[in-house]
Design a binder for this molecule. Structure first.
Ligand code: NAD
Length: 508
C-alpha cells in the first residue's frame, strides 16, 4: 500500500499525500517538513503543511458527505467496520514495518501498537448495542418518552507521534461508526501509518469523504479549532498542545477531549513477588524507549524493597538497545535528536540536584546505527519530589527511583504529583492493594499490572493534569463523546380523549 502514501522511486524526495474526498493527492504547499528514520536520522520522506485551500477542501468533503453517511443504516456502517478489522489483521505486519521505519519502536512493539488500535475497531462492531437509546412508556396517559443517540457532525482528531496506529484508531472508527464524518491530522513526524489505515478503510467500503486526512502543525491545529463545521475535537499529545487546543476549541463551542502527559508511579511493596515485579517494572519503564504516556517512569520502593535496586539495575542492563527492525532489539531509538538531547539533559539535571545515576544510558553506542537517537536504559536513584527529573515527564528510557517508609507515604507522593494518568502497585497483600486503589488520585490503576491501559469495552480514564474534558476516549464514554441525545415525548390519544380547550398551565 505504500505507493498510495508516497512515491517510492526516490525516497529522499518522496512526498506524503493528503487524503481528500477519497483521493490520495499531492499537496501544492510551498512548505514541507522532512521525515526521519529515528534509527539513522536519514530523511525518508517529506510531509506537507497543507494549504488553507486544501484544509478547506478536506472539511468541505466531510460536511458534504455527512448527511448521507449519518443516514446510512447502522447495519451498513457496522459491516464496513467488520471488514475493516479483518483488513487491519491481514496487514498488521506491513503496518508495523511502517511504524518502525517512521517512529523507531521495535517491530514486535509496533505490532502491539496496531493490535491495541485494532481492538477498538473490533469494539466499534458492537455499535448496534452501543448506540441504543432508552425508552420509558406511559409517563402519563397515552404518553411515551424515548431517546435516540444521534451523531454530531464533522469531528476531528489530532494525534501524537508515539502510537501511529493505536491513537488514530481510538478516534476515527469510534467517531465514524456513530455516523459522524472525520477529519484527521496525524503527527507530522509519523504521517504514513494514518494514510495506510485510510487506504484500508476505503478498501473496507467507507464512502469517499467520510474520512479526510490533512497534514501540518500549528496552522492545521488552529484551523481545526476554529472551523465552524467541526463540532468535536479529540486530542492526544503533550500538555502544551492539549491545554491550548482544549481552550481554543471549547471557546469556539466545540466538544473537546484532551489526553495529555503523565508521570506514572509504580509503588513496590516489600511483600511483592520480587521476580515478577522487577521484570514488570523494567518492561514498563524501558519498553518503547519510555515513549509511552503510560510508561511506568517512576518507582517508589517502600521499606525493605529499597534493597532490590541492584537487581533492578542488573535486569535493565540486560536489555538490548538496537534499531527497531533488528532481531532481538528491546529498546529502540527516541523520535528525534532534540528528544535525545532533552532526555540527556533531564538525566544531568538529576545529577546536578544530587540524585545518583546507577545505570547511565547516555553514551550508548549502537553498532551500525551511530547516528541514531539512542539512549540506553537509565536508572536514577535518590530522587526527591522537588527535582526537575521528577517533576517533568521525561518520555525516554529513564526510571527515576524514590523511596518511602510506608504505603501512606507513597500514596502522599503520588497524590501530590499533578498528573493522574496511570499508576501501579506491586504487592501480595490484598488489603494494601485495596487501600491503594481507593486512596490514590489517579485515573487508571494496576494491581500487579504495570501498564493498566483499559480494553475498549472500558474507557481510557486518565485524570487530573493528564486529561481535560468530560468524556473519555473509547468505551461507553467514547460513544457518548461522539453522539448527542434526542429525547422524544409523544402522545397518541384515542379520539374520545381529545383536549377540549387550550392547556395553558405547565403540564404536571
Ligand atoms: P505533541 O503535543 O508535540 O504533538 C501532538 C499533536 O499536536 C501533533 O499532531 C502536533 O502537530 C500538535 N502540536 C504540537 N505542538 C503543538 C502546539 N504548540 N500547538 C498546537 N499543536 C501542536 O505530542 P507528541 O510529542 O507527539 O507526543 C508525546 C506526548 O503525548 C507526551 O506528553 C505523552 O504523554 C502524550 N501522550 C498522551 C497519551 C494519553 O492518552 N494520555 C497517549 C499518548 C501520548
Amino acid at each position: 500500500h505504500l505507493h498510495f502514501i508516497r512515491k517510492q522511486n526516490d525516497i529522499r524526495h518522496s512526498t506524503t499525500k493528503l487524503f481528500i474526498d477519497g483521493k490520495f493527492v499531492e499537496s501544492k504547499s510551498p512548505e514541507w517538513l522532512d521525515i526521519h528514520n529515528p534509527a539513522t536520522n536519514e530523511v525518508i520522506g517529506r510531509v506537507p503543511k497543507a494549504t488553507h485551500e486544501e484544509m478547506l477542501a478536506a472539511v468541505d468533503s466531510c460536511s458534504r458527505v455527512y448527511h448521507t453517511w449519518s443516514e446510512t443504516s447502522i447495519l451498513a456502517r457496522q459491516q464496513i467496520f467488520l471488514r475493516y478489522q479483518q483488513l487491519i489483521k491481514d496487514n498488521i505486519k506491513e503496518l508495523a514495518k511502517l511504524i518502525t521505519l517512521e517512529q523507531g519502536k521495535t517491530l514486535a512493539d509496533a505490532e502491539g501498537d496496531v493490535f491495541r488500535g485494532l481492538q477498538v475497531v473490533e469494539h466499534t462492531c458492537s455499535i448496534t448495542s452501543l448506540m441504543l437509546g432508552e425508552t420509558l412508556p406511559s409517563i402519563t396517559k397515552d404518553m411515551d418518552t424515548y431517546t435516540y443517540r444521534m451523531p454530531i457532525g464533522v469531528c476531528a482528531g489530532i494525534t501524537p507521534f508515539n502510537f501511529p496506529a493505536m491513537i488514530p484508531l481510538w478516534m476515527f472508527p469510534m467517531g465514524m461508526v456513530c455516523g459522524n464524518t472525520y477529519l484527521l491530522k496525524p503527527s507530522e513526524r509519523v504521517p504514513g501509518c494514518a494514510l495506510m489505515l485510510a487506504k484500508l478503510l476505503q478498501d473496507a467500503g467507507a464512502p469517499d469523504g467520510t474520512l479526510n486526512i490533512i497534514h501540518g502543525q500549528h496552522n492545521a491545529v488552529n484551523f481545526i479549532c476554529d472551523h465552524p463545521a467541526i463540532k468535536a475535537i479529540s486530542f492526544v499529545g503533550s500538555n502544551q498542545a492539549g491545554e491550548y487546543i482544549y481552550e481554543r476549541g471549547s471557546k469556539n463551542g466545540k466538544r473537546v477531549q484532551s489526553n495529555m502527559g503523565a508521570k506514572n508511579h509504580g509503588v513496590v511493596m516489600p511483600d511483592a513477588n520480587k521476580e515478577n515485579t522487577l521484570n514488570q517494572l523494567v518492561g514498563a519503564a524501558f519498553g518503547a524507549a519510555g515513549q509511552r504516556c503510560m510508561a511506568l517512569s517512576t518507582a517508589i520502593l517502600v521499606g525493605e524493597a529499597r534493597n532490590w535496586l541492584p537487581e533492578l539495575v542488573e535486569r535493565a542492563n540486560g536489555l538490548r538497545v538496537n534499531a527497531g527492525d533488528q532481531p532481538g532489539a528491546d529498546v529502540g531509538p527516541l523520535i528525534s535528536p532534540q528528544a535525545k538531547e532533552r532526555v540527556n539533559s533531564l538525566i544531568q539535571s538529576g545529577v546536578d540536584e544530587g540524585a545518583k545515576v546507577l545505570l547511565d544510558g547516555r553514551n550508548v553506542k549502537v553498532k551500525g546505527y551511530e547516528n541514531g537517537n539512542f539512549v540506553g536504559p537509565t536508572i536514577v536513584s535518590n530522587v526527591t519530589p522537588d527535582m526537575k527529573c521528577y517533576k517533568e515527564e521525561i518520555f525516554g528510557p529513564v526510571l527515576v527511583v524514590l523511596e518511602a517508609d510506608s504505603l501512606d507515604d507513597a500514596i502522599k507522593i503520588v497524590n501530590k504529583n499533578p498528573y493522574g494518568n496511570g499508576t501501579a502497585i506491586f504487592t501480595t497483600n490484598g488489603a494494601a492493594a485495596r487501600k491503594y486503589t481507593h486512596e490514590v488520585d489517579v485515573g487508571q490503576i494496576g494491581v500487579n499490572v504495570p501498564i493498566p491501559v483499559p480494553l475498549p469495552m472500558f474507557s481510557f480514564t486518565g485524570s487530573r493534569a493528564s486529561f481535560r474534558g468530560d468524556t473519555n476516549f473509547y468505551g461507553k464514554q467514547g460513544i457518548q463523546f461522539y453522539t448527542q441525545i434526542k429525547t422524544v415525548t409523544s402522545q397518541w390519544k384515542a379520539e374520545d380523549a381529545t383536549l377540549k380547550s387550550p392547556a395553558v398551565t405547565m403540564p404536571t
